[in-house]
Ligand binder design. Structure first.
Ligand code: ZN
Ligand code: ZN
Length: 662
């Protein structure tokens, strides 16, 4: 018989009944019993809320909503509307997919199943078996069945030896490989229904949250992304909490297909690629080059007005510079291999920053020279794996709307705000109504490992950046542990008119590279100080931005960006001279114009100009010639009336100069 002492009973009683303080995002503090879960807390607020909670942020970490909280904590309940919530939802769906696959393909081995930008995937080894389209439909059906069982995702901490034993027995060498990198004491298994996975979580409370499922694609993927390794099967899917959301998503995909920048880029003669040049290396054709030059003109005007000066730097630099900047050895994988020259190694530049720092350092600087702003549409080269290359979105040579601002700490707020305002100005020009800025912060535990060990500077700059975002009333989300090595950053996400998300560019604070490059300026008091550096690229790269624009406008670019702005369409040869006269007048007004002088029917000429997305078509026949007028057609809209040429010129020039969208 066990003796239970009175003291023990009291101790147990105390543990069970001790209360903890939970702090909510609005600062409110409420007391709960120790061991309470985020889901319990949601229930204590309202049943409706509890139905929506899929995970929780506990002290900066994403957790299962069903995991007991044992000490005082900051708590944010996460729903589908939070990025972390969505990722938890999709990652949990990957487990559900794996369960369905395992039930249909016994013996399948799994590698990893992370959430993706839209949905999730799981890499798996199916052995000799192949997955067919019919299999996908059957798997979807199976997943729906399993989801309806409302199976909870059960977390279990497990000793390493036991975990190794489990996967040895299962014969899954991929999970065993993952286990090798994990420490005893920090290993967890998650089980839902008949499926158990090695995973650190978190997951949604149960499979019943998943109401709409679509398996979207099957592809090959090398294990660990290495072409020397075995090729695994990568299955992609997407899930939603309501059927309506899936329907909308599929409709958006249909629309996106029509607006695919690769299809439009070819049809409109924007860019090309060639095997002899190499994968991921874009060649801009004359039409694409017009767009590039218009974008650069916009950037130059905007930057000049904002006090930037322009610089030009070479495409290569010696190894020593990238050692100073820290790109080597850390980012060697994303750079082209070096060239040997006169006993030195030269690298193609993957960033413009180091060259710009050298320009800052070339002449002595005093506080009077700050802020020092230098800009360049810089060409950079990045080694992207061939499997990752995608149209204009993932390429190996990029042209970046780059600039660096070197400023004193007390100038930072104004400078950073001005950069943000520049983003907003561009969004207005391009009709970007929806955007989100992601403020990426450091993680204090990783100072000196993943982040420069400057706790005070981190705090200070993060506060400065946050203040600017709040003051400018810009929608933003905060994410822990995603900052750059040398400072906090803002990732800018914009949405095309059909609601697709594009990561545009980052806006970065840097308090470290200035020191690495020994950049100095003389202060009022004649002391030496290192400037803060802002890295910014509001228009991103030509490649990604033009890819975005093609989708956003469905190829119907605003007049100022259109490679060809006006096409004159003579009805017969009799009016050819008149058509050419109009062309000359328009050209004098700097309008990009051509005459379709082919011996074709006018209907055909109009159709082709429409297909080529020429914004204005001027139809001229004998009637127009005799009246010294033109019949104007707007692309996609048809006839908009007859006008004297001068009137038309004034209208179009105004449209171009003000960079109007319609
Ligand atoms: Zn998981
Ligand atoms: Zn930079």
């Amino acid at each position: 018989m066990t003796q239970v002492s009175k003291a023990d009973t009291i101790k147990k009683y105390k543990v069970l009944n001790s209360m903890i303080n939970i702090t909510f995002p609005d600062g409110a503090v409420r007391q709960y019993e120790q061991g309470v879960t985020a889901l319990d807390i949601a229930k204590s607020i309202s049943e409706g809320l509890a139905r929506k909670v899929i995970a929780a942020n506990v002290n900066g970490e994403t957790w299962d909503a069903t995991r007991p909280i044992t000490k005082d904590a900051m708590l944010k309940l996460l729903t589908w509307n939070d990025t972390e919530g969505k990722y938890t939802f999709w990652h949990s769906s990957a487990h559900l997919m794996a369960e369905a696959v395992e039930s249909m393909f016994p013996g399948v081995k799994f590698w990893v199943g992370p959430p993706a930008e839209n949905g999730f995937y799981y890499d798996m080894d199916l052995g000799d078996r192949k997955m067919s389209e019919e299999d996908l439909a059957a798997l979807e059906k199976k997943m729906n069945e399993l989801a309806k069982q409302n199976n909870p995702y059960i977390r279990k901490e497990i000793p390493k030896a036991e975990a190794v034993q489990y996967f040895t027995k299962k014969g899954d060498e991929y999970k065993l490989d993952l286990l090798q990198g994990l420490k005893d004491g920090e290993i967890t298994f998650y089980t839902q229904g008949n499926f158990t996975d090695l995973c650190r979580g978190p997951h949604i409370p149960n499979t019943g949250f998943i109401k709409a499922i679509k398996l979207t694609n099957i592809a090959g993927a090398y294990w660990k992304g290495d072409e020397k390794n075995k090729q695994l099967t990568r299955m992609y899917g997407i899930t939603f909490p309501h059927q309506k959301e899936l329907d909308e998503y599929l409709q958006m995909l249909e629309e996106a297909k029509k607006r695919d920048h690769r299809k439009l880029g070819k049809e409109l003669g924007i860019y090309t690629m060639d095997d002899d040049v190499g994968p991921g290396l874009i060649m801009w054709m004359p039409n694409g080059t017009v767009i590039i030059e218009e974008l650069e003109k916009l950037a130059k005007e905007t930057e000049e007005a904002a006090g930037y000066k322009r610089v030009v730097t070479p495409h290569i630099a010696k190894e020593s510079m990238y050692l100073t900047s820290g790109h080597l050895p850390y980012y060697a994988d994303s750079m082209y291999p070096p060239m040997d020259l006169e006993g030195e190694k030269y690298y193609l530049k993957s960033m413009n920053c180091p060259h710009h720092h050298k320009i800052f350092a070339a002449e002595p600087k005093s506080y009077r020279d700050l802020p020092y702003r230098i800009a360049e549409y810089g060409t950079v080269y990045r080694y992207e794996q061939s499997g990752e290359l995608f149209g204009l979105m993932r390429v190996r040579c990029l042209h970046m709307n780059d600039a660096h601002i070197y400023c004193a700490k007390e100038q930072f707020n104004d400078e950073f705000r001005a950069v943000n305002e520049m983003y907003l100005k561009y969004f207005k020009i391009f009709g970007v109504d929806k955007y989100v800025m992601r403020l990426s912060l450091h993680s204090p535990e990783k100072l000196g490992i993943k982040y420069v060990n400057e706790p005070e500077l981190w705090k200070e700059t993060e506060t400065m950046v946050r203040d600017v975002l709040i003051e400018s009333n810009i929608p933003y989300v905060e994410v822990q542990d995603e900052a750059a090595f040398y400072g906090p950053k803002i990732d800018v996400q914009i949405y095309s008119v059909i609601g697709r998300e594009f990561t545009l560019a980052t806006n970065q604070v840097d308090f470290s590279q200035g020191r690495s490059f020994k950049l100095q300026y003389t202060t009022h008091d004649n002391t030496s100080e290192t400037p803060l550096i802002i890295h910014r690229a509001p228009l991103g790269t030509h490649e990604r931005f033009i890819g975005f624009l093609l989708e956003h406008y469905a190829g119907k670019l605003p007049v100022w960006l259109s490679p060809l702005q006006v096409k004159v369409l003579p009805i017969s040869d009799k009016v050819l001279a008149y058509a050419n006269e109009i062309k000359l007048k328009l050209r004098k007004a700097n309008i990009r114009v051509e005459v379709d002088d082919r011996n074709e029917k006018i209907g055909k000429k109009i159709r082709e100009a429409e297909l080529n997305r020429v914004p204005y078509m001027l139809v001229v026949g004998e009637k127009e010639m005799n009246e010294q007028k033109i019949a104007v057609r707007r692309q996609g809209k048809g006839d908009i009336g007859t006008q004297p040429v001068e009137e038309f010129i004034n209208m179009v020039v105004d449209e171009i100069q003000n960079r109007r969208s319609e």
